[in-house]
Design a protein around this ligand. Structure first.
Ligand SMILES: Cc1cc2nc3c(=O)[nH]c(=O)nc-3n(C[C@H](O)[C@H](O)[C@H](O)COP(=O)(O)OP(=O)(O)OC[C@H]3O[C@@H](n4cnc5c(N)ncnc54)[C@H](O)[C@@H]3O)c2cc1C
Length: 539
């Protein structure tokens, strides 16, 4: 008889692990609190007149605004392709130094856009160019597209003094990418020994200093320092605190490009659910887990908030790390210092995200699909968000306009967009019931006043927003963190929550709360690492 597994949560990490466990022969059930899958990648659908948020099964004959609520920048398409290629009995868990999937026939790393044969049976991925447009507060901008020639041309215009520095940065970031991502990416740091083995290399690569100070070695202009350090914010990392190993993000994007799933990231999530179910897995929505049942220090199953008990040979939490340990595991089963460990963990920042639909008639938008709009301050703003935990007067934002690529995401004659502003997590005690509405008006007003979306307020058909309270209350994230434990040196690798529990047998973690960290490629890696541990434990 096959062994059974329960996964708590249907985020991208939970779904990826579900696919992998089915391919390993485990009968897997995913239990999801919400009424639809995706977690941070949940989809908000709104009626054509903008007045109503629809439930997952509802439609509107006049069209629907489709808002991906979370991830929009899809990188590393071969991770996705690998998941769609799995079958029962074909689990693909081998880990050569350089994964075969990234090497071409000549054994060199394949670069460029690729959707993948198996992926295209389920979802259409398209390249996005430029990757990002980065607007500076003085109105100038930088289109980052990974092409060395266009990068050099723009640096020559904006900061000619940094041309040489860019060449050196490029070489050193590549070395970090090769060691940190290609060779060590899938390493589960379950013991100190594994960690100690890699430290000398990281020191040699100068990858343990903070990313921002790393960029300062190569660039003198503030603009270039921002361009080559902001990306970690998309995975919850403060450029002033994440180790420079995160310079690899720049290279990951450059190597395999940035993609968009037609129909939105929600279409990718739907495709993962389809794949999981085709392999025989089952998924239950509106099923919040209230506790993990443990006997003799071994996970035996879970209890749901409705009182139902389900048993399984192993349990995995894809939910928030702190919430899982503090709320789902009874105190008597926690390791003696588990609570302190959880509470001492620094949580990542939170987000204020506005989803908005607007009329597009006679409107020429001078925007790209992904736009980073930086405010007047960089370092001090980051200190306000991560350190001082105050809501500053100024802000930076990431404006996503997917209808520039896929007009089907809005009713005809409209755009659907979201704009995301990093804010402190709920350790700040900010009252979002009071702050939310004026803050959303200020941000949309800024987009209109600065000419990003002319006439936006008159054109607006729908506006709704989420605050740190959504992350805390709806997604069960401790202090309303948006990305799990903050990726800092002292919370990375061995120091990040382990994918195999150290306290409870047959209990595992997958996703942004575990190793290697947050972001969609990382949570897919996390699923592969967790599947390997489970395979080892259940030989
Ligand atoms: C606004 C936003 C934008 C982002 N943009 C990008 C991007 O462009 N590119 C990128 O790579 N990354 C991005 N990220 C990060 C990325 O979305 C996340 O790191 C990743 O999706 C997290 O996936 P996960 O598997 O860890 O789980 P999550 O998505 O956190 O899902 C966890 C699931 O567990 C469920 N759950 C929790 N507790 C319980 C319980 N007790 N019972 C049952 N279910 C429970 C939750 O409802 C949720 O569905 C973004 C994140 C946000 C918030």
């Amino acid at each position: 008889m096959s062994q059974s597994a329960i996964i708590i949560g249907s985020g991208i990490g939970g779904l990826s692990l579900g696919i992998r466990l089915q391919s390993l022969g485990f009968q897997t059930t995913i239990l999801e609190k919400l009424d639809a899958p995706g977690g941070r990648a949940y989809v908000r659908r709104v009626s054509a007149d903008g007045s109503r948020i629809l439930n997952p099964l509802e439609t509107d004959p006049n069209g629907v605004f489709t808002f991906d609520m979370g991830p929009t920048v899809i990188t590393v398409p071969h991770f996705i392709e690998e998941l769609f290629s799995l079958e029962v009995g074909k689990s693909n868990l081998e880990l050569p130094d350089y994964p075969a999937s990234v090497l071409g026939d000549d054994k060199r790393i394949k670069t460029g856009f690729s959707s993948g044969e198996n992926t295209s049976k389920y979802v259409k991925l398209v390249p996005i160019l430029p990757f990002y447009r980065i607007y500076f507060d003085d109105g100038s901008h930088f289109d980052y597209d990974g092409d060395p020639e266009s990068t050099v041309r723009q640096i020559r215009q904006l900061a000619p003094e940094d041309l040489q520095g860019y060449e050196r940065f490029h070489t050193d970031a590549r070395a970090i990418f090769e060691r940190g991502f290609l060779e060590l990416g899938y390493t589960h740091f379950g013991d100190v020994g594994t960690m100690l083995k890699v430290v000398p290399d990281l020191i040699k690569l100068d990858a343990v200093r903070t990313l921002f100070s790393f960029t300062k070695k190569y660039f003198t202009s503030d603009k270039m320092r921002q361009v080559f350090s902001f990306e970690t914010l998309l995975v919850g990392g403060n450029p002033l605190a994440v180790p420079a190993i995160y310079a690899m993000i720049h290279f990951v994007e450059k190597t395999w490009g940035i993609h968009f799933a037609m129909g939105g990231t929600g279409a990718l999530v739907k495709a993962f659910v389809q794949k999981f179910e085709e392999l025989g897995g089952s998924i239950r929505y509106n099923s919040e887990v209230s506790s993990i049942n443990i006997e003799h220090k071994t996970a035996r199953g879970v209890s749901l908030a409705n009182g139902e008990n389900l048993s399984a040979n192993l349990v995995v939490s894809n939910g928030d790390y702190a919430n899982t340990h503090l709320k789902l595991i009874d105190a008597k089963h926690r390791f003696w210092n588990a609570d302190a460990r959880v509470k001492l963990t620094q949580q990542s920042m939170s987000l204020f995200v506005i989803y908005f639909g607007f009329k597009s008639d006679n409107l020429e938008l001078d925007l790209q699909h992904h736009n980073i709009i930086l405010g007047p301050r960089y370092e001090e703003l980051l200190k306000d968000i991560f350190g001082r935990k105050i809501l500053a007067k100024d802000f930076s934002q990431y404006l996503h306009v997917p209808t520039l690529t896929d007009p089907s995401l809005a009713p005809e004659g409209h755009h659907a967009a979201y704009t995301l502003v990093p804010v402190p997590h709920n350790g700040s005690r900010l009252d979002w019931d009071l702050l939310g509405e004026p803050f959303s008006n200020k941000i949309l007003g800024f987009l209109e006043d600065r000419g990003f979306i002319p006439g936006l307020i008159d054109r607006l058909v729908h506006k709704s927003f989420i605050t740190p309270d959504y992350f805390e209350g709806t997604l069960n994230s401790y202090l309303g963190n948006a990305f799990g434990p903050e990726p800092m040196l002292v919370q990375s690798a061995y120091f990040r929550p382990h994918n195999r529990s150290q306290d409870v047998k047959n209990f595992y973690m997958v996703g942004a709360g575990a190793q290697p960290g947050g972001g969609t490629p990382s949570v897919m890696m996390s699923a592969k690492m967790t599947a390997r541990l489970i395979k080892e434990d259940f030989k």
